[in-house]
Ligand binder design. Structure first.
Ligand code: CDP
Length: 216
């Protein structure tokens, strides 16, 4: 079964709102998904943190990010918790997954179809255990939860996205990641046909959250 298969876990259980928030780097996904989750009293899942954790673990073990078989094996066998802290195989890597080394490696790791299958399975299991949630990533509305209650595709101008990154990742690094994420063959970053497009450029968080909530 490919990760694109819309099985019974690909939508919310009855009565449980599942909000999918996708978009490129710096579009505001983390801030918006956190605020929407808080407003609705729901848990939030940052799927990017899962891909980053796998990339970190590969680097820590001296595995090349493009060693598809070794990285897939690692992803399938790892225990990963993504909540307040990000923990992989018992090690807290919350801050380490934001380093430039991990940012450089993550898109190659995320282009690996077997890694995606392993992580999508966990993402669907996460939602199945809850009465709703807010899930952010690149393929949430298109592949992971095509049956989501509301799908949001966040965008922002390139200048705004670079500014939000605040220099923690060079602009050409962000552009490279966006290019790799959008052009890979396995679940590329794409807007689901039924997603609401929301340009967050120059808009306040409150304003953006209000608009998302109006779609529920
Ligand atoms: O830092 P930023 O918010 O832009 O990205 P992130 O959400 O932390 O995701 C890091 C990387 O993980 C992305 O550049 C993608 O390569 C990958 N990713 C993915 O492929 N699919 C997802 N659902 C989430 C992230």
């Amino acid at each position: 079964m490919g990760s694109g298969h819309a099985g019974p876990l690909s939508g919310p259980p009855p009565g449980a709102p599942l909000i999918a928030i996708d978009g490129p780097a710096g579009a505001g996904k983390s801030t918006v998904s956190r605020a929407v989750a808080e407003a609705l009293g729901l848990d939030r899942l940052d799927t990017g943190a899962m891909y980053r954790a796998v990339a970190w673990e590969a680097l820590a073990r001296g595995i090349a990010p493009d060693d598809a078989r070794a990285v897939a094996e690692l992803a399938a066998g790892a225990t990963i918790e993504v909540g307040q802290a990000v923990v992989i195989n018992g090690q807290d890597v919350t801050s380490q997954i934001r380093t430039p080394e991990v940012s450089r490696a993550v898109s190659v790791v995320a282009a690996n179809p077997a890694v995606r299958r392993a992580l999508v399975k966990r993402q669907r299991a996460w939602a199945a255990r809850r009465r709703g949630g807010v899930v952010e990533g690149r393929d949430i509305g298109s592949v992971v939860f095509p049956g989501a209650t509301v799908k949001v595709f966040l965008t922002a101008s390139p200048e705004e996205r670079a500014r939000r990154r605040g220099g923690d990742e060079p602009a050409d690094g962000v552009a490279r990641r966006d290019r790799l994420d959008s052009t890979r063959s396995a679940s590329p970053l794409t807007k689901a046909p039924d997603a609401h497009v929301l340009d967050t450029t120059g808009r306040s968080v409150e304003d953006v959250v209000k608009e998302v909530l109006s779609w529920l």
